[in-house]
Write a protein that binds this ligand. Sequence first.
Ligand SMILES: C[S@@+](CC[C@H](N)C(=O)[O-])C[C@H]1O[C@@H](n2cnc3c(N)ncnc32)[C@H](O)[C@@H]1O
Length: 235
Amino acid sequence: MNSSASEIRDLFDRIAPVYDQLNNGLSLGMHRIWKRMTVKWSEAHPGDTCLDVCCGSGDLAQLLAREVGRTGKVYGVDFSAAQLAIAQQRAKTQPFPLSINWVEADALNLPFEDNYFNAATMGYGLRNVTDIPQCLRELYRVLKPGAKAAILDFHRPTQEWVLAFQQWYLDTIVVPRATAFGLTAEYAYIAPSLERFPTGQQQVELARNAGFTSTVHYRIAAGMMGVLVLTKALK
Ligand SMILES: C[S@@+](CC[C@H](N)C(=O)[O-])C[C@H]1O[C@@H](n2cnc3c(N)ncnc32)[C@H](O)[C@@H]1O
């Protein structure tokens, strides 16, 4: 793992104890709706074996596990041990058992065989990996032919007024709230990460280069969010 990857891992280790609380407050709970949409677009079905990459505290992995049921299996992968510990704890407090394996691993070098998964999700992870093309190639490799990946993330909106709103929200709501938890720098990274993040159209191109034949990018929340839906061709 290179030094910038280990810096990212350390950052997510540090924010793990307050990540869920901040996330709920900062998105006004909306992230739950976007995550449900992402799982729907992944087309996970009962009995499937599914992957949630960059699972963090495990929201998407839990939603996938409900979708696949007792006969299915979900693997939640993250390289932050602190995030995985919280994910494991949260899953245990659910009223019904969830079939999830938590795996500490790098999204750029997934510890799974080729053509293994029926569906995959990733929430707010693609913007954080140090090599987006490699991450997409790994997703492509581990999906079965015909399977889909649905990738949710923040985006820089194209409309001026939405962009101004997003910048205002980050500067006056997000960073000050994070400051209250002693995490100013940890949350100040969001704005520059959005600057660097490829646009929806660029993501579509990168996914095609990784091998995906069907690639669609959906803008949501006035372009402040997006879901990239990728399908691996049937051979
Ligand atoms: C913003 S959090 C998102 C967590 C969760 N998916 C959600 O939607 O709330 C990003 C997560 O990506 C993980 N991450 C970043 N780069 C990674 C990599 N190369 N391999 C594995 N996990 C990674 C971080 O540790 C962090 O838990």
